[in-house]
Ligand binder design. Sequence first.
Ligand code: DQA
Length: 147
Amino acid sequence: MLSILVLHGPNLNLLGWREPEVYGDSTLDDINHSLTVVAQSLDVELTVLQSNHEGVLIDTIHDARSVHQGIIVNAGAYTHTSVAIRDAIAGVALPTVEVHLSNIYKRESFRHHSYIAPVVLGQISGFGTQSYVLGLHALVSYLRQKG
Ligand code: DQA
């Protein structure tokens, strides 16, 4: 069975309370629940982790190497700052989809640049919880086509 790692970065544990006008009312548990339902329908296994710590995210990406076949990542603000997370994704060379709840290109200019975008399969930004669901569909379909 395909095994996918879902990584949530900093401040995403506050979803539901945090700037609901930007990020919506869904909590992280709601998002993880939606993903679990979709994963069951696609017959894939999910491992989910949220961390506010860059090093924990990097360690988790490294550990994914021999365990998971792909990664869904919302690196939060580290998207715009972290060469180290980008290098970890490039280093493990696992197919990865970058997701964002908000449309980062509609927001402040410092959010328009993603260090991660050049090392992922693709990016889905602006569809709220659906960004994750669309990302999971896209990743599974890529992995199944690849064989
Ligand atoms: C985010 C967008 C980032 O700019 C921001 O720092 C986040 C969340 C999103 O999901 O829209 O924490 O990644």
